[in-house]
Design a protein around this ligand. Structure first.
Ligand SMILES: O=C(O)[C@H](O)COP(=O)(O)O
Length: 328
């Protein structure tokens, strides 16, 4: 697979985006960084109330007080990782939304990715709903120096929320919430799913298959174009992930070649022409810093030199130093 397109510091001004205050101010300070949407679902169940009734609080977390959620920092790290090699990557089959596992090589790539990001802070993890992305996140975090345990949050039903609740505050402090979102799934490749990429190019022509795979507007037969994929993946990023970054929470996203291409197109403000040459290798983490509502790319393992790969900010260097000190 082609390597990551050479990168440069992005000084572009991202469109100003601040979480709606109503969201961030509603939820109590949590020792456990619940994503905003989970705080909304889990801390409060504001029943339809009349003036005479009082809102029903969710007994599970029974917040002590509804203090505005304190901003952790004016800078946050965003790590993007395409999943490690999957069984169908190995067979060169179009995968899309088919849920196939990692190969042994993919597992090794995920562990290597974890080594590379082991001193970059992670407070929240977002994955797709597909096993290859979820396993990549979990395996990578086994290498993280913070030694926290990623735990998948469930909000598919009230019972799921209740039954998957962690009551020990100490344990919650040693955990990192993981949100699995179908919106981050790989683009749906339609009638190509399961077909061999080489055979498909022989049948339909190399140019046509390249257009289906890399153009922005052209969908594969009965599948999603990158534009259609962006409509769900970038919308999810803006609605659920960017507000966390704005609060200073450090985020890891483990997802897929095209769902991440659509997000990087948004972060780097690429044109529909530029994005056609954007390729993501499996298991190579990209680092962005979100600061003053701007996204700046700070490197990837395929950068010019291993030493200069992640351009650490002062805050990142301080975090790494604290980890070093905690080990001495
Ligand atoms: O879905 C797939 O087949 C791969 O994950 C990405 O395929 P592509 O590189 O052909 O977009």
């Amino acid at each position: 697979m082609a390597t990551v397109v050479s990168h440069h510091l992005i000084s572009s001004i991202a469109s100003p985006h601040s979480p709606s205050n109503s969201k961030a101010s509603l939820f109590p300070k949590e020792p456990f960084n619940l994503p905003i949407k989970f705080r909304q679902n889990r801390c409060f169940k504001i029943e339809a109330t009349t003036a005479s009734q009082t809102p029903v609080l969710d007994p599970l977390l029974s917040p002590s007080k509804t203090t505005p959620h304190k901003k952790k920092s004016n800078e946050a790290s965003l790590i993007l990782i395409r999943h490690g090699e999957s069984l169908w990557n190995e067979k060169n089959l179009f995968t899309g939304c088919v849920d196939v596992p990692l190969t042994e090589k993919g597992v090794a790539e995920a562990i290597q990715a974890g080594k590379r990001i082991s001193t970059i802070p992670v407070d929240l993890i977002f994955t797709s709903s597909l096993i290859r992305a979820q396993m990549t996140a979990m395996l990578a975090m086994t290498q993280h120096r913070c030694k926290k345990v990623p735990i998948i949050l469930h909000d598919e039903s009230e019972k799921a929320q209740t039954w998957s609740h962690v009551f020990s505050e100490e344990t919650r402090k040693q955990s990192i919430p993981v949100v699995a979102a179908w919106q981050l799934n790989e683009r749906m490749y339609g009638e190509l799913q399961g077909l061999n990429k080489e055979e498909t190019a022989e049948r339909y022509g190399t140019q046509q298959v390249h257009e289906w795979r890399r153009s922005y507007h052209i969908p594969p037969p009965k599948g999603e174009s990158l534009e259609m994929c962006a409509e769900r993946a970038v919308a999810y990023f803006e609605d659920n992930i960017q507000p966390e970054l704005a609060l200073g929470n450090n985020v890891l996203i483990a997802a897929h070649g095209n769902s991440l291409r659509s997000i990087i197109m948004y972060l780097d403000k690429l044109t529909s022409q530029e994005v056609t040459s954007l390729e993501l290798s499996t298991g190579l983490p990209l680092l962005y810093i979100f600061k003053d509502r701007k996204f700046m790319r700070r490197g990837s393992p395929v950068g010019p030199t291993e030493a200069g790969v992640y351009a650490y900010t002062k805050r990142l260097a301080q975090y790494r130093q604290k980890l070093d000190e905690s080990l001495n």
